[in-house]
Write a protein that binds this ligand. Structure first.
Ligand code: AMP
Length: 193
């Protein structure tokens, strides 16, 4: 099964994606984690990426598409993927479609975690406080920029998937376990109560 986790920064995509990973045996692919791993290398490319990410902007589509294509070709992705943080633009979504079609695969569900902007900031602040190694983009100023970028460049992908009948809207404001329950119901792993 191939799933896209969709939602603004702080919506809980990573947490739910990692729960789903063990539940359905698909591989979680977090483009944010992949990029952060690249930052640690200290390369010239890493410096450029860091400045883009710290500004809350998006890394160029061609880099992201190459990164995800390479990751998806790995054997551990053969039984399915949970994409966490990709696609983030319409060209990325189109590239993903082409990539999947070429290998006879398809997206099964696009899970949209809906959370009010007002609580995203407090979640991000909590994540920064709880993490021993805080992300340099988990601060108020960058979060505001990331939310603007989400509205302007990422949310416009939704109609693209809606037309294909793939959108499953999830109340991301609920408790973590309740969100997991909704997701399991949405993907047919569990009957609605
Ligand atoms: P995330 O951990 O998903 O919040 O991603 C952190 C940052 O990595 C984002 O704010 C972007 O700068 C960059 N990034 C992650 N995924 C993508 C993507 N699919 N396209 C462009 N930039 C991305």
């Amino acid at each position: 099964m191939n799933i896209i986790m969709f939602g603004p920064p702080g919506a809980g995509k990573g947490t739910q994606a990692s729960r789903l990973e063990s539940a359905i045996g698909a591989k979680q692919l977090s483009t944010g984690d992949m990029l952060r791993a690249e930052l640690a290398s200290g390369s010239e490319m890493a410096k450029t990426l860091k400045s883009i990410m710290d500004a809350g902007q998006l890394v160029p589509d061609d880099i992201m598409v190459t990164l995800i294509q390479y990751a998806m070709e790995k054997p551990e992705c053969a039984s399915g993927v949970i994409l966490d943080g990709f696609p983030r633009t319409v060209p990325q979504a189109e590239a993903l479609d082409r990539m999947l079609k070429a290998s006879g695969k398809k997206i099964d569900h696009v899970l949209v975690l809906e959370v009010d902007n007002s609580i995203l900031l407090s979640r991000i602040q909590k994540r920064a406080a709880e993490s021993g190694n805080a992300r340099s983009d988990d601060n108020e100023e960058t979060l505001k920029k990331r939310l603007d970028v989400y509205e302007a460049q990422t949310a416009p992908i939704l109609p693209y998937f809606e037309k294909q009948g793939l959108l499953r809207r999830i109340d991301g404001m609920a408790e973590i376990d309740a969100v997991t329950d909704q997701i399991n119901t949405a993907i047919g792993k569990k009957k609605a109560a």
